[in-house]
Design a protein around this ligand. Structure first.
Ligand SMILES: Nc1nc2c(ncn2[C@@H]2O[C@H](COP(=O)(O)OP(=O)(O)OP(=O)(O)O)[C@@H](O)[C@H]2O)c(=O)[nH]1
Ligand SMILES: [Zn+2]
Length: 234
């Protein structure tokens, strides 16, 4: 019997035969784009036509008529929506954490309540909420632009994800790129796969955290956590 894994690898081989190599447009438009390099979660370029074809197939599968007026443009729309939802795939965190200021600052920096939405990799529906990102600058007191922390959250949110991995990827990228003395990331989110279907528990909030370096010390961790929680008391 052919296993699911065999089928998947046959499919990937087939893709390679089709030319899943450099410089695919991924949009079917034929426009010139930068050379595609796999990495950071992306193993091939986004293929708009393939996603649209799959959505058309999905519509047929659920018993709809993909050619009726209201649905005619849906495969294209959904493909564009997915392109946006996974635009963090393949991006390098070092390209986001670009701005570094030599400020000589050696205390905690926290950006809390960073809105994000991501795609649950089990059901491909949205999970969304807020991320809180704190770090203690490196020995040189270097700080980064505040917006870069929010950009980093988006980079890892915009792909098929699980919340735990999103949380630790943000923390580890900060460690790798900025070499701070400590990092703490807390993510709170509602998963649509738990509210609109399945167990149907709207409002259930999942909280995950990742701590690195000096935040492993209970006192520093508590200080970070109380600064994050203070936003809920306003
Ligand atoms: N740990 C973790 N689990 C998640 C996340 N997003 C979704 N899940 C869970 O992934 C699990 C998938 O479980 P399965 O039993 O394979 O799928 P299912 O039959 O659709 O499960 P139900 O959601 O319980 O109906 C579910 O329990 C989801 O709640 C996440 O970010 N982290
Ligand atoms: Zn899910």
């Amino acid at each position: 019997m052919t296993s699911e894994t065999d089928l998947l690898s046959a499919d990937l081989d087939h893709l390679d035969d089709e030319g899943g190599s450099a410089a695919e447009t991924g949009s079917g438009s034929g426009a010139a784009v930068a050379e595609f390099r796999p990495g950071n979660g992306r193993i091939r370029p986004f293929d708009h036509d393939r996603v649209a074809a799959a959505v058309r197939e999905l519509l047929i599968g659920i018993g709809e008529d993909p050619d009726r007026e209201g649905l005619r443009k849906t495969p294209d729309r959904v493909a564009r929506a997915y392109a946006e939802a996974v635009e963090g795939l393949g991006r390098d965190p070092a390209d986001v954490l670009t701005t570094v200021f030599d400020e000589g600052h050696d205390e905690m920096v926290l950006v809390r309540d960073i809105d994000f939405s991501s795609l649950c990799e089990h059901h491909l529906v949205v999970f969304s909420g807020k991320a809180h990102v704190a770090y203690i600058p490196n020995e040189n007191g270097q700080i980064t632009g505040l917006s870069k922390l929010a950009r980093l959250v988006d980079l890892y949110a915009r792909r098929p994800q699980v919340q735990e991995r999103l949380t630790s990827q943000v923390a580890d990228a900060l460690v790798d790129v900025l070499q701070p003395r400590g990092v703490m990331v807390v993510v709170e989110a509602e998963h649509l796969c738990m509210s609109m279907r399945g167990v149907r528990k709207p409002g259930a909030c999942t909280v995950t955290s990742a701590v690195r370096g000096q935040f492993l010390s209970p006192a520093t961790r508590n200080e970070g956590m109380s600064l994050i929680l203070s936003s809920h008391r306003r």
